[in-house]
Design a protein around this ligand. Structure first.
Ligand code: SF4
Ligand code: SF4
Length: 226
């Protein structure tokens, strides 16, 4: 049976292949060369623990210790700009989301490249090319202004996009499997994950850090079910 990280790797592989097919079919959703605006002006987003562990494993293998220290120091500064609870509320309320401070992702280097690109979270992979199809956000384009303007110019704006809900549901199912196997399940924001755990979290660290932010009954977000 696949480990959670292996299952996530498989999920990312399938998703990347689907997005490549989608972009070949809908070139209007290709990002302009050298653009990194979404990483440089980042609205804080949620990611799950299994994604964070995957990202850490990649960073430990590929980034020098000094680079990881620089990332963590930058994340600690940024993490003071917002609270987890605020981001959770903003996930459900677009008006609140727009008021969150924009930040440069600590994982973006000075040349505008993502330092963990092969291990970037789901939110980064699906940004700009997906549509929410269920719930109160149905119809909301999950994307940047650059791609939405390109899409509006093409085919009268009637291009078919991936379902963000379906991708999130797949990630949710994976996290449920992690929990059912006895693993720790939690969500946090990318920046706060980096700030609180750096790249060296053990299972004991994870449990201690996330006892306060792991799932509470009553949330209505896409992470429901934990
Ligand atoms: S998603 Fe939008 S902001 Fe991000 S790289 Fe592509 S075009 Fe640029
Ligand atoms: S993890 Fe990488 S792709 Fe995601 S916001 Fe940061 S720099 Fe951009």
């Amino acid at each position: 049976m696949a480990t959670p990280l292996e299952a996530l790797a498989h999920f990312y592989h399938q998703l990347d292949a689907a997005l490549a097919r989608f972009e070949a079919d809908q070139p209007v959703f290709g990002c302009p060369a050298e653009c990194c605006e979404c990483c440089a002006q980042l609205s804080p987003f949620l990611m799950s623990l299994v994604e964070y562990e995957y990202l850490c494993a990649y960073a430990r293998r590929h980034l020098a210790r000094e680079e990881r220290q620089r990332i963590r120091a930058q994340a600690q500064e940024l993490a003071l700009a917002y609270q987890f609870a605020t981001v959770v509320q903003a996930e459900e309320k677009p008006a609140l989301r727009e008021r969150l401070p924009l930040q440069r992702c600590p994982l973006l280097n000075d040349q505008g490249r993502c330092l963990v690109y092969p291990a970037r979270p789901l939110a980064c992979r699906m940004y700009g090319r997906t549509l929410f199809t269920q719930g109160p956000e149905a119809g909301r384009f999950n994307g940047c202004t650059i791609l939405s303007e390109q899409a509006n110019l093409a085919a009268g704006g009637k291009v078919k996009m991936h379902s963000a809900d379906s991708l999130r549901q797949q990630l949710l199912n994976l996290n449920v499997a992690v929990r059912n196997e006895g693993g720790t399940v939690a969500f946090n924001t990318l920046v706060k994950f980096l700030a609180e755990l750096g790249f060296a979290g053990t299972e004991a660290d994870l449990t201690r850090h996330f006892s306060g932010v792991a799932f509470r009954a009553g949330h209505k977000g896409w992470w429901d079910g934990f």
